[in-house]
Design a protein around this ligand. Sequence first.
Ligand SMILES: CC(C)(COP(=O)(O)OP(=O)(O)OC[C@H]1O[C@@H](n2cnc3c(N)ncnc32)[C@H](O)[C@@H]1OP(=O)(O)O)[C@@H](O)C(=O)NCCC(=O)NCCS
Length: 171
Amino acid sequence: MTKDIIIREAKFEDIKYMTEINVRTWQYAFKGLIDQDYLDNLNIEERTKKWEELYLKRSPKTRYLVAEQDNKIVGFCNVGPDSDDNTGRVYSIYMDTQFMDKGIGTELLIKGLENLRGIGFKDAVVWTLANSSRSRNFYEKNGWISDGKMETITRDKISYDVIRYKKSLRS
Ligand SMILES: CC(C)(COP(=O)(O)OP(=O)(O)OC[C@H]1O[C@@H](n2cnc3c(N)ncnc32)[C@H](O)[C@@H]1OP(=O)(O)O)[C@@H](O)C(=O)NCCC(=O)NCCS
């Protein structure tokens, strides 16, 4: 792993840095894949408020993890329950743009899955943008297999397709 990276649970004060990364990464990694007006108008303050509320009412089986270098958050991964007691879910995983492709996302994903396993989940799922080869390669490289299930997400009048990947947590 890249030198001096610490992965730890997020604190409330970290949320605003996580949403900054989330918006920056969407604008960079999903350019050409999602409506440009939508990307241009993503609002960090609005998203921060929403995520802070979600953080405060998170379930005890949810974990917000951040990767930190030199006291700066460079990526994060949120995991928690899916639809049944045996299945956990990777809700989101994002690296800040300058920190991609250094192996840190893989370390975050491993930690996220360790947490899900520790909570007692037997399987994990993730939904990812169907037309993002970066995201799909990332999961496939880490042993995730798509079951082909797709859904269309509609937000603020734009739509995009997501596809489901699965991984067993039984060792
Ligand atoms: C997906 C993401 C979390 C991976 O984290 P990362 O630290 O960049 O990834 P790692 O360095 O650990 O692993 C890199 C692997 O990801 C995939 N990948 C990374 N960049 C890629 C690119 N530009 N094109 C295709 N595949 C790519 C490859 O499989 C790559 O392995 P390789 O370099 O050996 O070929 C990060 O790139 C990111 O935040 N992307 C944008 C947001 C996103 O797609 N999140 C996941 C969907 S919820």
